[in-house]
Design a protein around this ligand. Structure first.
Ligand SMILES: *Cc1c(COP(=O)(O)O)cnc(C)c1O
Length: 367
């Protein structure tokens, strides 16, 4: 038997001294200039993200959930509308749609765990206003097919790119396909703040202006309230931290891609492993395998000191808050939800740890 190790799923503490110093001085600069609310770092960060996503405008908001809600509202999604989204995502996706007053309609996923364009096509009705694909695990959805469906039916595309900052498909970045792209930079994401943060990107000036108003109680010129909204501003401190971390994002993604390669070699033929298609640049928010006897495998790995996660044990339409009257059709997702398991795969994991995790998986299946 292998010597037991403890392999953590996430390790958010900062152990690199140089990185820690740089973050502390970024924070110190903000504390010294004192422009804590929508300070210069927020605008600078927005400028950098717009450029990086190759979009005209970016608006910093308080979270990925806020980015989705404000992104949807900024293009006029509201009561009476239907928005087709995936059935497999973090619940924030469906909640954002429902919070606008619109109805989420849940499509099936393919074996890549991303929304299946064929399923989307079947769910379009007269009330459908938009498609909201989620680039799950940091893999860009099949945007060519989805864009085609949207164009055929006159629908908008709003991207949930919360897990996919800097992911691309044939050179085109996540967040640059739809009328609006929404990002989360919460502390667990690949590109992460030290707390909550989000971003809305778009090329449309009217949408940009509306998100600006929506993020601050629906106001223009500071005082005049033109529509109902709450406070969803991005914090200056988080913007300063993110600006600093933007320098590391390339290296972090490269490391995660390498880790995925290690797992791929070690687990090929043992379980269903995630694949990167030609032309794709996945950012590997999670390394998600599809495993028979998933719950037993999870318990076995835990007994061997390996932390894993299930993203997520419930499909969105099967969550208590949504299941009554949830619309859509998602048989493949219903099959896959019992198989998905995320292995520890951040940029901090070492080769020996990946080899250990893979050896434990092989041992479980008797390979
Ligand atoms: C993280 C996440 C969100 C929500 O982002 P928060 O910043 O946590 O509000 C939405 N959608 C997906 C797919 C996510 O992974």
């Amino acid at each position: 038997m292998l010597e037991r190790r403890h392999v953590r799923f996430l390790a958010l503490e900062i152990d690199d001294e140089a990185r820690l110093r740089r973050l502390l001085s970024a924070v110190e600069r903000v504390l010294r200039h004192g422009r804590l609310v929508l300070g210069p770092e927020v605008q600078e960060f927005e400028r950098c993200i717009a450029e990086r996503c190759r979009r005209k405008y970016a608006v910093g908001v308080s979270s990925g959930s806020a980015a989705l809600l404000l992104g949807l509202r900024s293009v006029g999604i509201g009561p009476g509308d239907e928005v087709i989204t995936t059935s497999l995502s973090w619940i924030a996706t469906a909640n954002a749609i429902a919070t606008t007053g619109a109805t989420p309609v849940f499509a099936d996923v393919g074996d890549d765990l991303n929304i299946d364009p064929a399923s989307v096509r079947q769910l379009v009705t007269r009330r459908t206003k938009a498609i909201l694909p989620v680039h799950w695990t940091g893999k860009v959805c099949r945007m060519t097919a989805l864009t085609e469906i949207a164009e055929q039916h006159g629908l908008m595309v709003i991207e949930d790119a919360a897990q996919a900052f800097d992911a691309s498909h044939h050179g085109r970045k996540a967040g640059s396909f739809g009328v609006v792209g929404c990002f989360s930079m919460n502390a667990m994401k690949v590109f992460a703040a030290c707390g909550d943060a989000g971003m809305v990107v778009t090329d449309r000036e009217d949408v940009y202006r509306r998100v600006l108003a929506l993020r601050y109680n629906g106001t223009v010129n500071r005082e005049e309230c033109i529509e109902i909204s709450l406070n969803e501003r991005l914090d200056t401190l988080q913007a300063a931290i993110l600006l600093q971390r933007l320098n590391d994002v390339e290296a972090i993604i490269a490391q995660r891609r390498e880790v995925a390669g290690w797992y791929g070699e070690a687990l090929k033929g043992v379980v269903e492993i995630p694949q990167e298609a030609p032309g794709e640049r996945d950012t590997w928010y999670t390394y998600t395998i599809r495993a028979p006897r998933r719950d037993e495998l999870k318990a076995f790995l835990e007994s061997r000191g390996v932390e894993t996660r299930i993203h997520h044990p419930f499909l969105m339409p099967e969550q208590p808050a949504h299941r009554e009257g949830a619309r859509g059709k998602f048989p493949n997702a219903q099959r896959l939800v019992g198989q998905v398991l995320c292995l520890p795969g951040t940029e901090k994991i070492r080769r020996e740890e990946v080899d250990y995790v893979a050896a434990c998986v092989r041992e479980f299946y008797g390979r």
